[in-house]
Design a protein around this ligand. Structure first.
Ligand SMILES: Cc1cc2nc3c(=O)[nH]c(=O)nc-3n(C[C@H](O)[C@H](O)[C@H](O)COP(=O)(O)OP(=O)(O)OC[C@H]3O[C@@H](n4cnc5c(N)ncnc54)[C@H](O)[C@@H]3O)c2cc1C
Length: 470
């Protein structure tokens, strides 16, 4: 994207300094650089200004000045996004809400919480669990992603199979529109059908419609007991058949994570009880009342044995559970070490098509000679398919492999992204899934919220070029 002009930036700097004071602004190259990228492979773009917001008023003033000066604004929270959503494609202002970290209310009677966008997800989990309550959305980046980014991306994670995704827990939110207008969306009640559901629209809008400044989140009772299982298999096909067996028996573990042989190679770098000859693995977790939980555990274990698991291991203590999940949460960085470059997609297929998806990935890898591996939230049909390469001359084949994957996923009635969003990286492929009419309608919605296309431009909607312009 074309960068905003230096003259506009200078004008915005003067006005922002006057409105917010210098302490909330970063303008030196060295301090701007870390705000130019996220945790994706999107090429970094250094912003011209970073605003470190501390209040809704800071956000209102920033968005008013940005509109007045015509300078683009990219919202940012934890910077852990996987599709370049927080990368300021056209330069300009990064509006960081990470400093708004207050949990304003945890209400056990109404079973809700009110939070600011910079609250780190794992801090929020601990806070509500201390009250005997539970907030299920649990992306594997929980230790450093923030609730603002979770809402903007409609984050999922391992517990979505049983409990759903972020959108299922957002009752309402406060947002500021481009130009500085604040808006209260949604409600504090569990039910409510007044007008269009703009809360649902805002959740998952990837910071392109408004800047989130507060959220009212639904909580549920904390499950009394949790068991975690690690089951190992001789092949990914056998592991896939275990998943089908659970579904047939009506078993709904809260987590159902699958790793193929390539992902298992990365997991072996952690100190876990892994069989030398295992070629696939499932991490299963059940929760609930003790009797039900024990019964589910037994049934899941039996189903794994029946389809041919090589071993089934049950975590015996909280520390064993933590060790297993720590390894799972660090899997993505561990995979990154297997080659010079990697790209991770998060496609979804109807869960019955998981074995077909795995077969297709193997076929695509063979045809394009690009190394692949897959892991992820198999219970939801959501797999992170990774493409690994070492040399630039492999890039055209990587692009072919990615497009082939997307086409196969769409042919299986799947979707391009289960939880990471479209951002920059998947924008060139949106047309594979959505009709021109649907894309045009969404662009019209964007125009209503942001007529001058200044809020997080360059995201979601198709641009020319291939994946990451690589
Ligand atoms: C190792 C690893 C594991 C991950 N595992 C998962 C997983 O299991 N499930 C999953 O869903 N995701 C996962 N992610 C992706 C990522 O953590 C999530 O998308 C997360 O929700 C991003 O939150 P963030 O605070 O880091 O957002 P950022 O990266 O800062 O921003 C993400 C998007 O939200 C927008 N945004 C940020 N703050 C605001 C705001 N206040 N108002 C409006 N828009 C805003 C940004 O513009 C951007 O488009 C993983 C990432 C990593 C690195």
């Amino acid at each position: 994207m074309e960068r905003v002009s230096a003259a506009r930036v200078e004008q915005a700097k003067i006005l922002l300094d006057r409105a917010l004071g210098g302490s909330k602004l970063l303008t030196e190259a060295v301090s701007l650089e870390p705000y130019g990228y996220d945790r994706s492979e999107a090429a970094p773009v250094t912003p011209d200004i970073v605003v470190r917001a501390k209040s809704i008023q800071d956000i209102e003033k920033t968005l008013a000045i940005a509109q007045e000066t015509g300078v683009p604004v990219t919202p940012r929270s934890g910077g852990s996004g996987k599709t370049g959503g927080a990368v300021p494609s056209a330069g300009g202002i990064v509006l960081c809400t990470q400093g708004m970290q207050n949990i304003l209310e945890i209400n056990p009677n109404d079973m809700l919480a009110v939070v600011e966008p910079g609250v780190i997800l794992s801090d929020f989990h601990h806070a509500v669990e201390r009250e005997g309550l539970f907030y299920p959305p649990d992306p594997n980046s929980a230790a450093y992603c923030c609730l603002g980014g979770n809402l903007a991306e409609n984050a999922g994670g391992p517990r979505a199979f049983k409990y759903g995704v972020t959108r299922d827990y957002v009752l309402g939110c406060e947002t500021v529109l481009m130009g500085g207008q604040p808006l209260q969306l949604g409600k504090r009640t569990v039910k409510g059908v007044t007008g269009y559901d703009l809360t649902a629209l805002m959740v998952g809008s990837e910071g392109t419609l408004g800047v989130l400044t507060k959220a009212t989140l639904k909580l549920i009772a904390k499950p009394a007991q949790v068991h975690t299982i690690l089951a190992q298999f001789p092949s990914v096909r056998v592991a896939g058949s275990a998943v089908s067996a659970f579904v047939r028996r009506g078993l709904v573990p809260r987590c159902l994570e699958l790793l193929d042989a390539g992902a298992l190679e990365a997991l072996r770098t952690f100190n876990l009880p892994l069989d030398a000859d295992a070629q696939a693995l499932l991490i299963l977790e059940v929760d609930g009342e003790p009797n039900q939980c024990d019964a589910d555990l037994e049934q899941l274990g039996n189903a794994c044995d029946e389809v041919g698991a090589t071993s089934v291991w049950v975590a015996q203590s909280e520390s064993q559970r933590d060790r297993l999940w720590a390894a799972r949460r660090d899997l993505s960085p561990a995979i990154r070490k297997l080659s010079a470059h990697k790209l991770s997609e998060d496609v979804v297929v109807p869960r019955s098509r998981i074995p077909d998806l795995l077969d297709e990935v193997a076929r695509i890898s063979e045809k394009t000679t690009v190394r692949t591996l897959a892991y992820g939230h198999a219970g939801d049909g959501n797999l992170h398919v990774n493409f690994l390469w070492n040399h630039d001359h492999e890039i055209p084949n990587v692009n072919l492999a990615i497009e082939a994957l997307f086409r196969e996923v769409i042919a299986m009635h799947g979707t391009l992204s289960g939880e990471h969003g479209i951002g920059i990286l998947k924008a060139p492929y949106l047309h594979l899934e959505q009709s021109p009419e649907l894309i045009a309608l969404q662009k019209q919605i964007k125009q209503v919220f942001d007529p001058h296309n200044l809020l997080n431009p360059g995201k979601i909607f198709p641009t020319s070029g291939t994946h990451r312009a690589c």
